[in-house]
Design a binder for this molecule. Structure first.
Ligand SMILES: Cc1cc2nc3c(=O)[nH]c(=O)nc-3n(C[C@H](O)[C@H](O)[C@H](O)COP(=O)(O)O)c2cc1C
Length: 194
């Protein structure tokens, strides 16, 4: 049995392209493996707090505590329990949503998800990640990754996750050809899973 951790971050609970593509991914993933399990982390319905100095101090010094440490532990445990991670991510003001950044600020934690032994070494190796990135404009060109994919790849690599699949949908601000573009992304998800 595999476990997929799904992380959603679009403010729009309805009519969001990233959430709709996330739904499509999960549906197809379950068709293929009906016995599998999903953990759903919705960062809008369950917001994660911003990092504080107290929490950073507690990350580095085990004798200190912080009120957000139990949540950090819980989020990290979800990552360890999962073999695959699906991130649905819209672009807000040229970057990832602050909710998703706040989530990663709580899980990128020394000794728990990475170490400094011989340079930085992520402790979550062996897991797969899937990034659904969605934005109003067009940012990738001639094979270059869009800014969301670049940022999320750096974060996942830091955690030791290097097996990453990318499903971008760019240009949602232009309604023409949007349904065709969405279908193309669904087709690439379908092909990947089948
Ligand atoms: C607050 C906000 C900021 C945005 N900033 C950008 C941006 O910098 N670049 C861009 O291409 N689209 C931007 N957009 C458009 C969204 O990326 C686009 O609507 C996308 O479809 C949102 O994802 P969703 O459909 O999953 O909600 C922004 C939208 C919002 C609400």
């Amino acid at each position: 049995m595999n476990t997929l951790l799904r992380i959603d971050s679009s403010l729009r609970l309805n009519d969001s392209y990233s959430r709709q593509l996330g739904n499509y991914f999960v549906k197809q993933w379950m068709v293929k493996h009906p016995e599998n399990r999903i953990i759903h982390r919705d960062l809008i319905k369950q917001p994660t707090p911003h990092l504080t100095q107290q929490t950073v101090n507690a990350f580095f010094n085990e004798s200190l505590s912080s009120e957000d440490l139990p949540l950090s532990d819980e989020l990290i445990e979800e990552l360890y329990k999962s073999n695959e991670i699906l991130i649905s991510c819209p672009m807000y003001n040229y970057g990832i949503p602050s909710s998703l950044k706040a989530y990663f600020d709580l899980v990128i934690r020394t000794r728990k998800t990475f170490t400094y032994d011989n340079g930085i070494r992520g402790l979550l190796s062996g897991k797969k990640a899937h990034i659904i990135s969605v934005m109003g404009g067009i940012y990738s060109s001639s094979g270059n990754r869009n800014p969301l994919e670049i940022h999320l790849t750096s974060i996942l690599n830091h955690l030791g996750i290097t097996d990453i699949n990318y499903f971008p949908l760019e240009g949602t601000a232009a309604p023409d050809q949007l349904s065709e573009k969405t279908k193309l992304v669904e087709t690439s998800i379908f092909k990947y899973l089948n």
